[in-house]
Design a protein around this ligand. Structure first.
Ligand SMILES: Nc1ncnc2c1ncn2[C@@H]1O[C@H](COP(=O)(O)OP(=O)(O)OP(=O)(O)O)[C@@H](O)[C@H]1O
Ligand SMILES: [Mg+2]
Length: 162
């Protein structure tokens, strides 16, 4: 059944479309999920993470975790969303100093996951973003049963939105 594993390919014409993808992912998210966000500098990883958090009801500032490495947000639905940006991490061992046991986390949004080495939880969903002309392209790749279902549901929602 290779078809089930094909990535969902999306065109995000502007930053509003990235926000719409974040909202679609929020509406369709599983109870517990790890998202790896990849793509070059400026590809839209933080824009997408911020839109997802907003759509989950996070109020107030959503800062990029560029220097803190992790920002934690209590969710009104219960549990916490953890937003990580590992671009500036020295080595994967630094993650252990942060004490990221993940007990409270129901949603992980991880930018630059490759820099975390094996210290990170495995992805349910990989989102690959890339600059594409004036806009961005996105590929959603499910990496678990829940992640596959999520990618498909979010792709359908977004197609209806845009
Ligand atoms: N679909 C889109 N089309 C055009 N511009 C977009 C789109 N999505 C996001 N942007 C813009 O791209 C810029 C960079 O976005 P963002 O900071 O989210 O990138 P990033 O991948 O997190 O980069 P970094 O790796 O540096 O953290 C922002 O100005 C944002 O508004
Ligand atoms: Mg970023």
């Amino acid at each position: 059944m290779t078809a089930a594993h094909e990535p969902i390919a999306l065109t995000l014409r502007d930053a509003d479309a990235t926000d719409a993808l974040g909202a679609a992912l929020a509406r369709t998210r599983p109870a517990q999920a790890v998202v790896h966000l990849s793509g070059d500098l400026g590809a839209g990883k933080s824009t997408l993470a911020r839109a997802l958090l907003r759509a989950l009801g996070v109020q107030g500032a959503i800062r990029s975790p560029t220097y803190t490495l992790v920002e934690r947000y209590p969710l009104s639905a219960g549990g916490e969303a953890w937003h990580l940006d590992l671009y500036r991490i020295g080595d994967a061992g630094e993650l252990e100093f942060l004490g990221l046991d993940g007990d409270e986390a129901v949603l992980w949004l991880i930018e630059w996951p490759d820099r975390g080495g094996g210290a990170l939880p495995a992805a349910d969903l990989r989102v690959e973003l890339a600059v594409d002309g004036e806009g961005r392209s996105a590929r959603l790749l499910g990496a678990s049963a829940a992640g596959l279902a999520w990618a498909r549901a979010a792709g359908r929602e977004l197609a209806a939105d845009l």
